[in-house]
Structures are given as C-alpha cells and as structure tokens.
Design a protein. Structure first.
Length: 322
C-alpha cells in the first residue's frame, strides 16, 4: 500500500527503477532500467491512475492557485484553519505539476534522477494530505466540542507550530522514500492512512452529531452559523470517505490477488482515488464560498448557482466563516 520503490508509479504505479541486488551473484545480469519494471505488460492500471492525475493538471492546479489567492486576499479576516488550507492547496498544486514530468519520464527521459524527484512528490502527497486534513478536523472539533478551549487557543502560534510539525514529518517521510532500503517502511504509510482515516471519520462524525443535537428541543431550524459549520464538516467527511476509503478497503484484500495483479491493477486504481483529492479538495472549498474573488459574477452564477443563492438566504452578519 506504501508508495515505495517496488511499486509502480504513485506508490503503486511505478515499480523499482533500480536493478536487484547484484552483489549476491557476481555473474548476475543487471536488469536494464525500465520505469514499468514489473508491470511492463500490465500498464492499464498505471495509465488509469495517470489519466485521473491529468484532471489535477487541468482543473486542480488552477483551483488550488485560486484557493491560495483567496486566502491571501482574506488575510485580514482569516479563519483559524486558513494556514492548513493554504499549505494543503500548495502541496496539491505541487503534486499536480509533477504529472507532466511523470509522463515525460515514462516515455522520453527515463531518468533515475527524475524518478527520485517523482518519489519525493508521492511522499509529499501520501503524508501532507491526510495530516493537514486531520489538522483541519482537529481545529473544527475543538471549536464545536470545546468552544471555551478553542477561544483560548485561537492564537496563530499554535497552528503555526502544528503546521511546522506536519511539514517536518512530510519532508522526512518523502526523503526516506527517496533513499529507500528501510525495513517495513511501507507500514508507515499504512499506519498513517488507517490512523488519520479513523480519526477524521470519528472527529467529523462527532461534530455532525453535536451540531445536529444542538438545535434544541422544539426547534426545527438550526442556527445559521451552526448550519454553515454543519455543511462544511459534512463536505470534509465526504472528501475523506471518497478519497481514503478505497485505500482502507483494498489493503486487507491483498491476499486475494496475485502479487502482480495487486501491484499493477488494484493499487493504482486505489491510489487514483487519493490522487484526485488534489482537485476535489479545492473545488469543495470554492463551492462553500459566498463570493469568489477574482472571478466575474456571471461566471460564478453559471457554474455555482447554489453558492450564489446562499447570500440571499443568510443575513450579512452571519456571513463569517465559523
């Protein structure tokens, strides 16, 4: 399940690009370098994953750049989660930029050095997405469940410290992936995905249950601010389930497939769901905005009519992000 050097492409999409250990047999023939090593005749899953990643190039990169621009534009009145959203958007944009490089290396360059940079980008995607989403969930969890504590922890220094910690873990994991050779290294990613998925589902489920219950006896309508928070947390939960559940569900089924079938078909398809999050996450964020800066009003109305209708339903005093 880990995107290590023995798997094809994105941790499942590009197998090892280095020859096997030739020191065991002096007369052993060194295998020629091949970016499809191990899946040369079973590239359908790999190409499916790369096709999905093309959406990140066409839609994901502009969407993430727009998210970053909006966060900078709103820096005078930021949300407590903006620093996490900004880092997540930057990492997703970086990952999208790597897709054309992957294609060029597959069919033109076939360079081991470029492959190392590709492995680093997959390490960034493996780690930054789940951890920054977990930070956003933690921020919302404290805000809803422990509002008094949340008021005491609003200072930017707490979120900045958490961001630095996540970045250090991300770059350490990515560097270790590039170096390779660590025993049971794939278990790090497996444990990370299982832990973050469980945390985010539990966290968001608790928030939704609390907000739903908080409407009070005899009240049919939820408070507008809480209703807005409810929709935001529900959208995050949908992202988590859609992008991470396939990986969590497919991993235990490894024994039911042949090693080549699992590595060349099952894993690339599973990781395609994770990779497309680089497009889905910024689009969900943009869809929640009552007004999208830098875009003409007619364009916003055409593509997001439900978003444009929201300000008419919410009084101006309630338009702040919870």
């Amino acid at each position: 399940m880990e995107r290590n050097a023995s798997l094809p492409l994105n941790s499942t999409s590009i197998p090892t690009l280095f020859p096997f250990n030739v020191t065991a047999d002096i007369n052993a023939t060194v295998k020629p370098f091949s970016v499809f090593d191990g899946c040369d005749n079973q590239v359908e899953g790999i190409l499916f994953d790369l096709t999905v990643q093309c959406i990140n190039v066409v839609v994901g990169i502009p969407a993430n750049i727009l998210v970053i621009a909006i966060l900078i534009h709103n820096r005078k009145d930021p949300s407590t989660s903006d620093i996490f959203l900004g880092c997540l958007a930057f990492m997703d944009a970086y990952f999208g930029v790597m897709t054309p490089i992957i294609f060029l290396n597959l069919y033109h360059w076939q360079s081991k050095g470029v492959w190392s940079s590709i492995k680093f980008s997959y390490g960034v995607k493996d780690t930054s997405g789940p951890l920054f989403l977990s930070c956003i969930c933690l921020d919302r969890f404290i805000a809803v469940i422990f509002p008094i504590m949340f008021g005491q922890l609003k200072h930017i220094k707490y979120r900045l410290s958490l961001t630095i910690l996540v970045l250090c873990l991300t770059f350490a994991y990515s560097a270790a992936k590039v170096v390779g050779g660590f025993p049971n290294f794939e278990k790090v990613f497996t444990g990370e995905v299982l832990a973050t998925f469980s945390w985010m589902v539990m966290c968001n489920g608790t928030i939704l249950w609390t907000l739903k219950k908080s409407r009070g006896a005899g009240k049919d309508e939820m408070h507008p601010m809480k209703k807005k928070a409810f929709k935001m947390v529900l959208s995050i939960l949908c992202i988590i389930v859609f992008n991470y559940l396939p990986l969590v569900a497919l991993f235990p089924s490894e024994d039911y497939y042949t090693p080549d079938g699992f590595r060349c078909y099952v894993q690339p398809v599973g990781f395609a769901f994770l990779n497309i999050s680089s497009t889905i996450q910024p689009l969900v964020y943009l869809s929640r905005l009552e007004k999208v800066p830098f875009l003409p009003e007619t364009c916003v109305k055409k593509w997001c009519p439900c978003v444009c209708a929201e300000p008419n339903k919410t009084p101006p005093a309630q338009n702040q992000q919870p």
